[in-house]
Structure formats: C-alpha cells, structure tokens
Design a protein around this ligand. Structure first.
Ligand code: OOG
Ligand code: NI
Length: 266
C-alpha cells in the first residue's frame, strides 16, 4: 500500500466518526482555502506488538523516522513523533501509548483481557479491524474513572485520533484567533482546557482544537454515545535558523489530549 492510500483510508475512516472535521474542512474549502495537514495522531497501549515502537516500525516502512520523545506523567503516557524523511509535505505522525500497567489492578485486568484478544494481529491488521475491542458500558465507565485515554481506546480502537490543519498555509487566516473566532461563530465547540490557544511564539507552536464529535458505540451490553475524534489547528513559528519548529510541546499536548474528555475540557 502506498502512503497516499494509507492517508486517504485514515482520513475517510476519521471523518466517518468525526463529522466535526468534515464540517470544518468543507467550510474552509468553500472559502477557497487549501488545506495541509501538520500531523495525524494515534493512540495505543504500551504492550508488546502494539506499542509506539511497533507503530514506529509500521510507519518507517512508509518513509517515516522518529524525531521527538515526550512523556506525560499524570496521564501515564509516552509519546514520540515521526517525520517523513524525504518529503516534508507529508504530515508528521504523533504516536502515544498508555502505560496501563500503572493503573489499578481492575483497569489492568480489563485492558489485559482486551489486548490478549488481538495479540496475534499486526499493526496494519489492527488498523483495518473495526471494533477491535469489546468492553461493556460499565467497564467503559470504570476505565473512564482512571484513564479517559484508556476508555477512549477500548471504545474506538485503532484509527486516526485527529488530523491537524497547518494554519501557516491557510491564506485567509493570519493567526489562530481568527480561525477560532470563525469556528465559534459557526457554533463549533472548542477545547478550552488551558485556554483556547495552547502554547505561544516562545515555544514556537500554538495549537487549538475542537471538542470531539460524539458517536454511538456498541458496547457488549448496549449502545452509548461517547466522544470520538476531534480536529486540531497548529500554527508553527520559525526558529532562529529560519526553519519552522517541527516538534511538539508537552504542556500544550497535555491539554490537547483533553479534546476527547467531555468532563474536563468544556
Ligand atoms: C494527542 C494529543 C496531543 C498534540 O498535537 O499536541 C497532540 C491525542 O489526543 O491523542 O496531538
Ligand atoms: Ni495533535
């Protein structure tokens, strides 16, 4: 499979569960914008066969290499980012994993059981398989109590968590405020955790994001509506070398994760 096809497949799966992204994409296209992706983010469990290192190997076959390492102690997450080695117009890849063995025995038991079900699948099979995991609605809530990330992953499985518009290449928006204002005027709800804009020119990156769309997920006992995926916007600043900063900012990312958290980010 070519990288272009992979990215197209990820995009169509993503907009099928994140109507908010399709809506914003269409609004910007109607305004004559050309949309470029800064990065695409994925979530996984820190476990042999599906952790960020295996995900990195999967993406390295498409020309990607690791450029940055990040850690989120409170959320118990590790993350890395990859950049395409020969074509910088391809989006960066942000990969994070939950160190679920640091959760309670009960949460570990649920997650371990789910991981065991798919332990023989390759990363590409995990991406193809919809409904990878199957938990009950009460297990979802148990996980939610401890790790919103863990609950999200068990409910939604392996897919793009978000695409991110590179605001630098939009023609009509000079800063994030202008874009945020447009979205707010259209009634779109944005992630306000840590403020509407995370970061500043001093850290060479400003980011904002919508709250996740909500979709119906089939749990083993019943269906419930839960947060799915969100859309992000990134404005990058130049380093003294003149090149745009390409990394991520841990304090900002920590708040961007809250875009799937209905309780905290409102
Ligand atoms: C990733 C959140 C972090 C960024 O751009 O800082 C992030 C996630 O929600 O999985 O994407
Ligand atoms: Ni992101």
């Amino acid at each position: 499979m070519s990288l272009d096809i992979l990215l197209e497949d990820l995009w169509s799966d993503y907009i099928s569960i994140a109507p908010i992204a399709k809506e914003i994409h269409d609004i910007l296209l109607e305004q004559g914008e050309e949309i470029n992706n800064d990065h695409i983010a994925f979530r996984t469990f820190s476990s042999k066969g599906m952790g960020i290192e295996e995900m990195e190997v999967f993406f390295s076959a498409f020309g990607y290499a690791r450029k940055g390492d990040y850690s989120f102690s409170e959320k118990k997450l590790n993350a890395i980012h990859l950049e395409h080695q020969s074509d910088a117009t391809y989006p960066k890849i942000f990969l994070s994993e939950l160190r679920y063995k640091e959760l309670s025995a009960r949460a570990q038991e649920i997650i371990e059981r789910e991981i065991t079900k798919v332990k023989d699948l390759s990363i590409s099979e995990l991406f193809k398989k919809k409904d990878v995991f199957s938990i009950s609605s009460s297990e979802y809530r148990e996980l939610l109590d401890e790790s919103e990330y863990g609950a999200w992953l068990c409910a939604l499985g392996f897919r793009a968590n978000h695409f991110t518009i590179l605001v630098n290449t939009l023609k009509k928006f000079n800063n994030l405020n202008e874009l945020n204002d447009l979205l707010i005027s259209k009634g779109i709800s944005l992630n306000r955790a840590g403020g509407l804009i995370k970061g500043n020119p001093d850290v060479y990156l400003e980011q904002s994001s919508t709250m996740a769309s909500r979709i119906e997920v089939k749990f083993t006992d019943k269906s419930e509506t839960v947060p799915s995926c969100y859309y992000e916007f990134a404005l990058r600043y130049s380093l003294s070398s003149g090149e745009l900063y390409q990394g991520f900012v841990t304090n900002s990312a920590d708040k961007i994760f809250e875009s799937t958290n209905d309780e905290l980010a409102k």
